[in-house]
Ligand binder design. Structure first.
Ligand SMILES: [Fe+2]
Length: 374
């Protein structure tokens, strides 16, 4: 099934179609087949009737013949439809040969055309394609909706495997956005970084062994090697769509280090993109300050000490300074955020009055910085 048929079938109501031709027998047969294909069809045999119908009702598509009694009244029907029902698609039924038909259709502002004799199934597919393209063009998703959809999808996959990461992608997105804006990155790059932040650990769900994602002790060298595949696996799985090219790059870079000791490519300094460097800092922050299966959440002081020790080592000093300034302002809120997300995910048992909240599983103590696992 092609994408528009799938999309079409997912819509709730049948598409409303107005079919106009003075050959009544022809449109009765066409209409009956279209009805059988799931459309709701209205027939008109004169331009006047058709314009009256368009005036009084909303249609998703108006399909009309060109010539009526020797005059090209089809153009009048299309003009009325464009004016009265701008959301409807207009399709010409024409006896012209192919090229002339296309030229004619464009001239009078039709969305598409079909040549006579009309194959009802071809007409059905043409209507569905035209309507879905029109809706996609008209209803471009606002960026925030796109972020929410992607966030939900990624959360349902990664967080299902490792529930302790509940909200990690979304928090990383929010903090990355603040750092990037303070750093003066342009709006398009900030959006790409936000998408990469949401999806940065996407590759984890495709690793061969998912068991060690929630392992309590340190990873074996083999497990660590497997874990370190996730930036590239994620980048590969996100695909090669040209629109996602930069997003994919930032995902691949999120475990590189400023000093060149990261992975997968041991890129160094500005060999890593600036958004990638921001993601490196923020992602580590949220991992450290979140409780995981193998460690407790770090305190703000301990986290600050660690970040200051990593200036020029793991992290670019300028980006780190920007990040630490934001952390000084938002520290407590950012430290409290993971608990709220764990509670929302049903992982944190709400506190009895006066008692501290507890996780339902016993977790290990603090690791050394060397035991950080992201
Ligand atoms: Fe990661």
């Amino acid at each position: 099934m092609d994408w528009y048929s799938g999309w079409f079938m997912s819509t709730e109501r049948p598409l409303e179609v107005l079919l106009v031709d003075d050959e009544v027998g022809t449109i009765e047969i066409l209409g009956a087949v279209l009805e059988a294909l799931g459309f709701s069809v209205t027939l008109s045999s004169t331009p006047e009737d058709a314009i009256q119908a368009v005036t009084s009702r909303e249609f998703d598509a108006v399909i009309t013949d060109v010539m009526f009694d020797g005059r090209s009244a089809g153009e009048e029907i299309l003009a009325a439809t464009r004016e009265l029902r701008p959301r409807a698609v207009c399709i010409l039924m024409t006896g012209f040969p192919r090229v002339e038909a296309a030229v004619q259709a464009m001239k009078v502002g039709a969305t598409d055309y079909v040549t006579k004799p009309v194959d009802p199934r071809v007409l059905g597919e043409t209507i569905k394609r035209a309507v879905s393209e029109r809706r996609l063009a008209k209803e471009e998703l606002p960026f925030q909706d796109l972020v929410d959809i992607l966030s939900g999808l990624v959360a349902k996959s990664i967080e299902r495997v490792d529930p302790y990461t509940a909200g990690h992608g979304e928090r990383t997105r929010r903090y990355c956005k603040l750092v990037a804006q303070d750093f003066g990155l342009d709006a398009k790059t900030v959006e790409r970084l936000e998408l990469a932040a949401i999806a940065h650990d996407y590759g984890k769900i495709f690793l061969d062994d998912l068991g060690f994602l929630t392992k309590k002790g340190p990873l074996t060298p083999m497990e660590r090697r497997e874990m370190q595949r996730h930036p590239l696996v994620g980048a590969e799985r996100l695909g090669h769509h040209p629109q996602l090219q930069h997003v994919v790059q930032f995902v691949a870079e999120h475990h590189e280090r400023w000093d060149g000791l990261g992975y997968p490519y041991r890129l160094k300094a500005d060999e890593i993109s600036r958004p990638g460097r921001i993601l490196c800092v923020v992602e580590v922050f949220d991992s450290l300050t979140t409780r995981r299966s193998y460690k407790n959440a770090w305190s703000l002081d301990k986290t600050m000490d660690y970040f200051e020790s990593q200036s020029g080592r793991a992290f670019e000093p300028d980006i780190l300074d920007t990040f630490l300034a934001l952390l000084a302002k938002n520290g407590q809120a950012w430290l409290d955020a993971p608990k709220a997300d764990l509670t929302a995910a049903g992982l944190l048992v709400p506190a009895e009055r006066g008692a501290p909240p507890t996780l339902p599983r016993v977790l290990n103590g603090d690791p050394s910085p060397g035991a950080i696992r992201q």
